[in-house]
Design a protein around this ligand. Structure first.
Ligand code: SAH
Length: 336
């Protein structure tokens, strides 16, 4: 794979052909199982000013919350009782939470049972990532958002592209299963840029990749911009599957939100993972990254898991059993 080939697929392969090819690759390399990951959005505090994101520090109309350790454990236990063996802990870059506290959450979840913990809490120094890994964290999601440096630095004021890349390398070196990916349809972003995003993931030798259409949030500087389309989101997912055959690719929550009634198309176009939001209902509306984040029916812990199970079963696909770890071994794999 190279950037030119990826761009050519993105540009020229007709929809149905592209989706069928991605589906065939997925079936061959991942099998038919669909893994459910339970996501807990444990804090919406954020020190960043990302121009696309509703959690950005300048949005002072948003009520901020931080879940307690007990609340995190309860939500995790409920998901585990539904046989979900991956818990994703996501938050803004919350300067008010200590690394120690994140470690405690990880340790407590690991005590519940055979659960893989994925963290998605943003950029930290190497030492903090090491402590989290030592506490038992298995995976880390950190999207590069866009590899177009100009757009990156404009949309993430105060953040450095190089630091995000440094984080991804550190995570990989520490033996995390690492996920990255980008936003699709950002203002000024071209198909070439998106092909570069996919190529960036190919070069990183990732275990997970996620691509989400950009959805404008009214309380952000990009509120009046057009968002990324469902079709482009689906085409990027399918192209990513062809370029990243043995990588877990989810139906991103943003893609599911753009077309809430259609979970099946992404699962038939390369995705092999779905995300169930098990954040306690009282907090859900405050994790307001973008408007319309998944429909209400998907929103209540167990409900969201059982609904996803029904969809997967109705497609004749088996629900993944177990933790659903990386599909490939890293050449640099080592355990702490
Ligand atoms: N603070 C963590 C988690 C961020 S929220 C981090 O920095 O990684 C998770 C993801 O939501 C982001 O990586 C971003 O890609 C996505 N996101 C933010 N705003 C969005 C929007 N308006 N539309 C679609 N996705 C968005």
């Amino acid at each position: 794979m190279n950037e030119e080939k990826i761009l050519n697929i993105l540009r020229n392969t007709p929809d149905e052909e592209l989706f069928a090819e991605a589906d065939a690759v997925r079936s061959q390399t991942c099998g038919d199982e669909v893994y459910i990951r339970a996501i807990i959005e444990f804090s919406n505090y954020c020190r960043c000013a990302c121009e696309y994101c509703g959690l950005n520090v300048k949005n002072d109309e948003l009520s901020r919350y931080r879940m307690t350790l007990e609340q995190v454990i309860k939500a995790s236990r409920e998901a585990f009782d539904e046989n979900v063996q991956t818990i994703v802990l996501q938050s803004g870059e919350d300067a008010g939470i200590k690394t120690d506290e994140i470690c405690q959450m990880v340790e407590s979840i690991k005590r519940i049972g055979d659960i893989a913990v994925t963290l998605s809490c943003g950029e930290y120094p190497y030492e903090d990532y090491r402590l989290m890994r030592n506490a038992g964290a298995d995976r880390y999601l950190l999207k590069i958002e866009t590899v177009n440096r100009e757009i990156y630095h404009k949309l993430r004021p105060g953040c450095r592209f190089e630091n995000r890349v440094r984080c991804l390398h550190d995570l990989s070196e520490l033996g995390y299963q690492v996920g990255s990916g980008s936003l699709v349809g950002l203002p000024g972003q071209t198909l070439e840029d998106i092909a570069d995003d996919i190529m960036f993931c190919v070069n990183l030798d990732l275990e997970m990749a996620t691509f989400s259409p950009f959805i404008p949030h009214p309380k952000t500087p990009l509120g009046d911009e057009p968002g990324g389309s469902w079709l482009l989101g689906l085409r990027v997912l399918a192209t990513a599957r062809i370029a990243l055959p043995a990588v877990h690719i989810p139906v991103s929550t943003a893609l599911a939100s753009v077309s809430p009634d259609d979970y099946m198309s992404p699962l038939n176009a390369g995705a092999n993972v779905v995300m169930a939001d098990v954040t306690p209902y009282e907090f859900v509306k405050y994790y307001d990254i973008y408007p319309g984040k998944a429909p209400i029916g998907f929103r209540k812990g167990r409900d969201s898991i059982s609904r996803l199970k029904k969809i997967i079963e109705s497609m004749g696909r088996p629900i993944g059993i177990g933790r659903g770890d990386a599909l490939k071994k890293k050449s640099t794999d080592y355990f702490l």
